[in-house]
Design a protein around this ligand. Structure first.
Ligand code: PLP
Length: 378
């Protein structure tokens, strides 16, 4: 067995999911996918693609029709890529894997936020890179000085940004974006900006990918899993300059050849109409976020205001238990499943992740149970 792979553990999120069925009658707030159906236009589009026999390999970087749509969609947010700068991948996950494999040599350091989506650390471990965590502000916004410190101490040449964040829901503000751009210019660092949730933001949207002057330093990762509630269709993309693209393409080609043809076509046929479904979904998420945040704060749980994605990350530090211990007790004694913060890295300890991808009734009942459980602990 490969020693680096032996060193990687299965995700803490998965470990916790596996426990949930053993707690009879428990309600779950653990889901990392929208509870909406995939838009009809995309489903119809995939059926059309099958009937048109679009079941052969596509070009390695995916069909140009969809890459053009993505380029035009991103252009609407001030992010300018040509279709040739874009590669369609098997979910955002493959994009992250391909890019980090292409960019990082064995022993080289990669700056990774903590808490964050756990795949970053595991991928860097598998490819033999060196993980350097950087902390965030108390409200989980970016802390430029932490990143600068990390660069100086480790000599890292690759920085991962993750906004809106899974698990915190934090986004990038204008001032923070501008400070980051300055830092990227000063340090000439390559930035992988994982924007899997950028279509689910309840405020103004800012990204380092909007700045032309540092464009060569930026690699953008996006996808449709969350945007069009289609986690099982496995379609994502990355965008970058030609130099990075030509190397990343080798990893992508030998890994998967191309993303699934009928999914690419279905997404293309259904794209414009599905954007209308996205507006509805975002409105619902915003209302739910406000409700859950209010309830958590009324219970006395300190919770940062999330401005994107569909998660909240309340502090449970005052209960003097590890997040695993707290969430296990909450599951078996309180009848609610939430993901322990430690599943998102060392700096996630002391928190738990609540997903609000659930109906109003489920959210209300789960929060009632959480409140009752907490009241017994105090
Ligand atoms: N990036 C973040 C921050 C995520 O939360 C996820 C999935 O949960 C991914 C990337 C991977 O997404 P996909 O399902 O498209 O592979």
């Amino acid at each position: 067995m490969n020693n680096r792979v032996l060193d990687v553990e299965i995700s803490g999120i998965r470990k916790f999911f596996n426990m949930v069925p053993s707690a009879k009658g428990a309600l779950s707030l653990t889901l990392g996918q929208p509870d909406f159906k995939t838009p009809k236009s995309i489903k119809d589009g995939m059926i059309r693609a099958i009937n048109e026999d679009k079941t052969t390999y596509t070009s390695n970087n995916g069909i140009v029709e969809l890459r053009e749509k993505i380029a035009s969609y991103l252009g609407g947010f001030g992010i300018n890529y040509k279709s040739s700068d874009i590669c369609l991948t098997v979910g955002g996950s493959e994009g992250l894997y391909v890019l980090l494999t292409a960019l990082v040599n064995e022993g080289e350091s990669v700056l990774i936020p903590s808490p964050a989506y756990p795949a970053y650390e595991s991928i860097v471990k598998i490819i033999g890179g060196n993980i350097v965590n950087y902390g965030l502000n108390e409200d989980f916004t970016i802390n430029i000085e932490e990143i600068r410190k990390g660069i100086i101490l480790s000599g890292a040449k690759v920085l991962i940004l993750s906004f809106p964040s899974n698990p915190t829901g934090a986004i990038l503000g204008k001032e923070e974006r501008d400070d980051l751009v300055k830092l990227i210019k000063e340090e000439n660092i390559i930035v992988v900006t994982d924007e899997m949730y950028s279509s689910i933001i309840f405020d103004d949207y800012y990204s380092v990918a909007q700045c032309e002057e540092i464009k060569d330093n930026i690699v953008f990762v996006g996808g449709f899993s969350k945007m069009f509630s289609s986690t099982g269709l496995r379609l994502g993309y990355f965008a970058c300059n030609e130099k990075i693209m030509s190397e990343a393409m080798k990893v992508h080609q030998y890994g998967v050849s191309c993303a699934t043809s009928i999914v690419q076509w279905g997404m293309y046929y259904g794209f414009d109409e599905a954007l209308e479904d996205l507006v509805t979904m975002k409105d619902v998420f915003k209302k739910r976020k406000e409700y859950v945040l209010k309830r958590l704060r009324e219970m006395g749980l300190e919770t940062a205001e999330a401005k994107g994605a569909f998660y909240l990350f309340p502090s449970i530090e005052k209960f003097n238990m590890s997040s695993m211990e707290f969430c296990t007790k909450l599951l078996y004694e309180g009848g609610v499943a939430c993901v322990p913060g430690s599943a998102f890295g060392n700096l996630g300890e002391g928190y738990m992740r609540i997903s609000y991808c659930y109906s109003d009734e489920e959210l209300c009942e789960s929060l009632n149970r959480l409140e009752k459980f907490i009241n017994k602990l105090i």
